[in-house]
Write a protein that binds this ligand. Structure first.
Ligand code: T1G
Length: 696
């Protein structure tokens, strides 16, 4: 098999080329090839070497697919030391992204040149790891301790200009990677520039207070993660010693973290987010055109969807019920864009051009006659939706995709209202739609494959994480949400306080507990859902209705400054409202419930068991294609802690029999709510787990 690395002689300059598509990851073959090429250069008459990669990017890191498997020699740190200890200069050219081990290869080279637009980064913490090939030891020597720790704990990508100002690169070029390298190598020859080893550089003195401040910031931001602070400790302790000892400290920490469940969870999340976007059923099916997007409704969701499309270069026509409402929608969009300008995320001229040329607001449906795809985002009532789709069916061109942003309702029923059900699909955005990554793509019974492909193409254009979902009440995300929210309510009825439930789940890693989320989303949402479901509710169903009391008291959550928590100047993030406990106590008394104490562990166990159980039902019924689709939905749309990988990955980590034991135990007191998912029993019987369903 030909090596993905080859060595060429260009007169006095040697060229080491890496070619391992798609992202030149340092697989075993690349590592072996780099050592062979370095040896060839060392033995050659060439005086300087250029290290360059082919394709769209420089080395984007170690080969993540090799993680968790038996490591193959040579290990990357040794390969990089081998390059660094050469006694002839090596110039590394960075184009696209030099990430993780790729950037560490560059740090082991003697000079670095960046092609315009290139970015570097050490994103290992996104995988539950730390740089493991010298990054925590070499980068502090090059840019200082604080800057280095900030770069590898933030996992951010650093642009060329900042790389030059930080001294990470020696030059920026607008030439091709090879030409940029040859040009700098010629300079090395002409000026007789020596070998310059980063590992031999001292770490510049730094303020301990600055380090403590950074650690505090990281600890607050990365609550629950173990790798970030470990990385800082390794950088600090390691660089107090000779490089070779520091490198050992880094290596040990790297291998410790490689064994952690967090690493497995974060890598599961990495690959799952890519797997959800590439559906076998869509192979070879081209999407329809996607240049002009229509949006019906200029409220929170409609406005956010319009902004997301505008920022992704799409033309948008937004329709509202009348001219005044249309103007209000335009003002709302302008305000959101202005915020982006204020935060430096968007240039003012670009904003002006989007509002002037790319956005049309109107109350005339005929303005949609040449729209490629229309997204309806009006009030969540079937009658209103049906009225809109009847109008769209009349005005939209043949082949236009008609999409509903409904978060619960039956997309088949909506499609049946049109003469073109094959062109109807659900596109369920999450609020704020221009920020939230998740997009549930709800495929109705008659939705045509190229319409599904168009939904996924839109997700790619909007840089969303798309998850295919089948039609049921609440699709994947909201259906499962309803279940674990109910499990939470049951524990509150039985004696737990909503504040204890929130704290236990935030300590578990959720960004926010269910009652803080209810306050954020609006107590009226839960109230309207309870009212919508009341006519068909099974008498055996237990539910909490203290939310109705809050609703009737006008306590709708953050938007009214009062929900489960009180939000005011004293506590903008909310403080528990003891009155809520009285309201709940009154409900318990009314229902004859004697409250009992709960431990945080029991709260997490029951909450997670209910989420896993419903997730398994969603997979078992084919609403979600694979368990990873459930995991990505919860990670990208519901604040599930990334270092736990998603509910079904977490289930595999704690063991399906443990989950089933909790469900079976709970069913003893409530066999209506706790009906075990057949899929869990089936997997246990077959000695399998959810991960086994993610393959292929
Ligand atoms: N290893 C293996 N496969 C990888 C990979 C990697 N490092 N990076 C990407 N891929 C695959 C990906 O799964 C997909 O495959 C295809 O490449 C295109 O990726 C010792 C230990 C580089 C910015 O964390 O951030 O180095 O789905 O769809 O949007 O210290 O990929 O087509 O089959 O994402 O253009 C550190 C991870 C590793 C970078 C390109 N590096 N990659 O984004 O394409 S740890 C990373 C990315 C490390 C050392 C440590 C992005 C990208 P498929 P894509 P993209």
């Amino acid at each position: 098999m030909t090596s993905p690395v080859r060595y060429e002689a260009h007169g006095e300059i040697g060229v080491i080329r890496v070619n391992n598509p798609p992202v030149n990851a340092t697989s075993a073959a690349v590592r072996q090839g780099l050592v062979a090429a370095a040896d060839e250069f060392a033995a050659s008459s060439q005086k300087v070497a250029v290290l360059v990669a082919e394709g769209r990017t420089f080395i984007a890191g170690a080969d993540i697919k090799e993680f968790g498997k038996t490591p193959v020699e040579p290990h990357l740190p040794d390969v990089i030391d081998h390059i660094e200890t050469l006694d002839k200069p090596v110039v590394c050219v960075i184009h696209g992204t030099a990430l993780g081990g790729g950037f560490e290869v560059a740090l082991g080279s003697h000079y670095r040149v960046a092609v315009k637009g290139a970015r570097i980064g050490l994103p290992e913490v996104n995988l539950g790891l730390i740089p493991g090939a010298g990054g925590t030891q070499r980068l502090p020597r090059l840019v200082g301790m604080i800057a280095a720790c900030e770069i590898f704990t933030s996992a951010r990508q650093v642009g060329t200009d900042e790389c030059l100002s930080l001294g990470i690169v020696d030059a920026i070029s607008d030439k091709s990677p090879l030409d940029a390298g040859l040009e700098f190598a010629a300079k090395v020859l002409a000026e007789g520039l020596p070998v310059r080893r980063v590992s031999e550089m001292p770490v510049a003195p730094y303020e301990q207070s600055a380090l403590e401040a950074l650690k505090a910031k990281v600890a607050a931001k990365q609550k629950g993660h173990v790798c970030h602070l470990r990385g800082i400790d390794v950088a600090v302790e390691g660089t107090k010693r000779p490089f070779s000892e520091g490198r050992q400290i880094e290596r040990q920490a790297f291998w410790d973290l490689m064994q952690t469940p967090q690493r497995a969870a974060m890598i599961h999340a990495f690959f799952s987010e890519r797997a959800v976007a590439s559906l076998p059923e869509l192979k070879g099916i081209p999407p329809r055109a996607l240049a002009h997007i229509g949006v019906i409704g200029g409220g929170t969701m409609g406005g956010g969807i319009a902004v997301s499309c505008l920022l992704s270069g799409l033309r948008v026509t937004l329709i509202e019920r009348d001219a005044e409402a249309a103007q209000k929608a335009r003002d709302g969009i302008a305000k959101t864009l202005a915020d982006s300008v204020k935060r430096g995320k968007l240039k003012a001229e670009k904003r002006d051009a989007l509002l002037a040329d790319a956005l049309t607001t109107s109350d005339d449906y005929n303005a949609l006659s040449d729209a490629d795809l229309v997204i309806e985002a009006v009030f969540e009532s079937m009658d209103v939706k049906k009225d809109v789709f009847t109008k769209l069916d009349a005005v939209c061109k043949p082949g236009a995709v008609l999409a509903s942003n409904t978060s619960y309702l039956d997309v088949d029923e909506i499609a049946a209202m049109t003469s073109r059900p094959q062109d109807v699909i659900g596109l369920h955005f999450f609020s704020p739609a221009h920020v939230m990554k998740l997009l549930e793509i709800v495929v109705a019974a008659k939705t045509a494959p190229d319409v599904v492909a168009t939904g996924f193409a839109l997700a790619k254009a909007l840089k969303k994480v798309p998850v295919r979902a089948g039609v049921c009440d609440g699709f994947i995300g909201n259906r499962i949400l309803k279940t674990y929210r109910t499990a939470g309510d049951h524990m509150v009825l039985e004696g737990a306080s909503p504040f204890q439930v929130d704290k236990a789940l935030e300590d578990f890693g959720f960004a926010m507990g269910p009652y803080a989320v209810a306050d954020l989303a609006g107590i009226d949402i839960g109230y309207l859902t309870r009212k919508r479901l009341a006519p068909t509710r099974d008498p055996r169903e237990r539910f909490g209705d203290w939310g109705d009391v809050l609703y009737e008291k006008g306590r709708l959550g953050r938007k009214t400054g009062h929900g489960h928590y009180i939000y005011d100047a004293q506590s903008p993030k909310g403080r528990p409202d003891p009155e809520v406990l009285d309201i709940i106590a009154e409900e318990r008394a009314r229902k004859g419930i004697t409250p009992r104490d709960f431990t945080d562990a029991e709260i997490v166990e029951r909450y997670m068991a209910s989420m896993i159980n419903e997730g398994a039902k969603v997979v078992g019924e084919g609403i979600a294609l694979r368990p990873l689709d459930v995991d990505v939905t919860k990670l990208a749309g519901y604040g599930f802690p990334r270092f736990r990988g998603g509910p079904l990955h977490y289930a595999d980590q704690i063991g399906l029999d443990t989950v089933l034991a909790t469900i079976t135990e709970q069913a003893k007191s409530d066999d209506f709510f706790w009906q075990p998912a057949p899929l869990i029993q089936q997997l246990i019987n077959e000695g399998r787990n959810f991960a086994s369903l993610n393959q292929g």
